[in-house]
Design a protein around this ligand. Structure first.
Ligand code: GLY
Length: 414
């Protein structure tokens, strides 16, 4: 994900100006039928839906599915792309690490035709967590393995051990260490020419933010982060991302499977497991009904068992969009619709019904002008489809970053 400086500053300003929800709109958007959901009741099969970072890999998976390939293997083909890509900092190799600098992966999968499931949590040193999840499903009598046991199992199954922390992700992590711990022994020491005295009382918010941004830029340069990647690195430090990929695949016969894989919340506590490996939260597939998956705020999704809730909603007659919207409303209800809290939450649900109807829904619209939330669909024609959102606006990442004052916006957005 790349943002222009303008986007970054704008985002920071609009998102952090402290006094309430700023650009967020608490009113639910209208309940119209999604353009992709149609009303005729007949839908195309096969069909694959996935997160935006699967765009480059869905063609191959679709051809595989069309040629008679298994639905789970098709979904795994899609997510393997970002898992293998060292430049995707949200999944597999090159994922942003936990607070200790270790890349820790979560994944689960469900195979509709055989009604089986597999999962791995807090997996180190093996990039294709989704395939290890499948191996747990096919080669053990268990559903979930975590931590060291999961890694040992993967190794026994022939998955190579490798260091998943790329140089770039390591540098972003170091930048994050410095950003969050300016007064400890990380970063420049007292004898460092770049050492700066603690923030002075009486300085304006504007000056403090400018100092912070300048310090991060200088440190990024010291770390050797190339100039064209510095702004993105700083963005990922100030707003720790929760990138993930989900994919659900349905073949011509109506067989359906799903999987979700992630490196989880950037700089998370060691051992923190998100929603992605939780059957029923990050992914759920029922051969009788359909499949759903999630990307976004893992903790919130676990609390509403999002993917399972959506599939059960469809079982009881809701359309994919209604089913997903209901799960989003449960997240809002968990905070009593308090927008000052919900502004820190985001969620995208990917919903695929057994007959081929699908929907992408999200808590927020995303950055409407430049980066609205989308899902990728392939039903013979590949395309990105904007999600149907519960609230208009975009979320802020948690914990809240430094406040960026209006004066800085004016100065930096020229
Ligand atoms: N949804 C990914 C995570 O929270 O880890």
């Amino acid at each position: 994900m790349t943002f222009s400086r303008r986007d970054f500053v704008k985002t920071s300003v609009l998102g952090t100006l402290a006094t309430g929800v700023g650009t967020h709109t608490a009113k639910p958007l209208s309940e119209s039928v999604s353009p992709h959901q149609g009303s005729s009741g007949s839908y195309k099969r096969p069909v694959i839906i996935c997160a935006h970072n699967g765009y480059n890999y869905i063609d191959d998976a679709y051809a595989f599915l069309k040629g008679g390939g298994d639905t789970l293997d098709a979904a795994l083909r899609v997510v393997k792309g970002p898992e293998d890509d060292p430049n995707d900092t949200s999944v597999g190799l090159g994922g942003l690490p936990n607070e200790d600098g270790v890349v820790e992966l979560d994944s689960c999968c469900m195979h509709g035709p055989t009604r089986r499931a597999g999962s791995v949590g807090a997996l180190h040193n093996v990039k294709n967590a989704s395939q290890v999840a499948k191996a747990v499903m096919t080669d053990t009598g268990h559903v979930m393995l975590v931590g060291e046991g999961a890694e040992n199992f993967a190794h026994a199954m022939g998955f190579p051990r490798e260091n998943l922390l790329t140089d770039h992700s390591r540098k972003i992590w170091l930048l994050w260490k410095e950003y969050h711990t300016p007064n400890d022994w990380w970063g420049p020491g007292l004898d460092d020419p770049n050492w700066q005295p603690p923030r002075e009382a009486g300085k304006s918010q504007s000056e403090l933010w400018q100092n912070t941004y300048r310090r991060l830029e200088e440190r990024a340069a010291d770390l050797g982060i190339p100039p064209e990647l510095r702004e993105d690195a700083i963005y990922k430090v100030v707003y720790p991302p929760t990138g993930t990929i989900h994919c659900s695949a349905l073949n011509e016969k109506g067989e359906i499977s799903g999987c979700t894989t992630t490196s989880g919340l950037a700089y998370k506590m060691s051992g923190r497991v998100g929603d992605s490996p939780i059957i029923g939260a990050g992914c759920y597939t029922d051969q009788d009904v359909g499949s759903a998956g999630a990307t976004g705020s893992g903790e919130e999704n676990i609390k509403v068992a999002g993917a399972h809730t959506i599939v059960e909603n469809m079982r009881h007659g809701m359309t994919p969009e209604e089913a997903g919207m209901d799960a989003l409303k449960r997240i809002a209800r968990n905070y009593n619709h308090d927008m000052t809290r919900l502004q820190y939450v985001d969620m995208i649900y990917y919903v695929l019904r057994k007959d081929g109807a699908f929907a992408g829904v999200s808590l927020w619209t995303g950055y409407q002008a430049t980066k609205p939330h989308t899902i990728v669909v392939h039903d013979g024609e590949k395309r990105s489809v904007q999600t149907k959102a519960l609230f208009e606006g975009y979320s802020r990442d948690f914990p809240p970053p430094v406040q960026v004052p209006e004066a800085v916006k004016k100065q930096m957005m020229r």
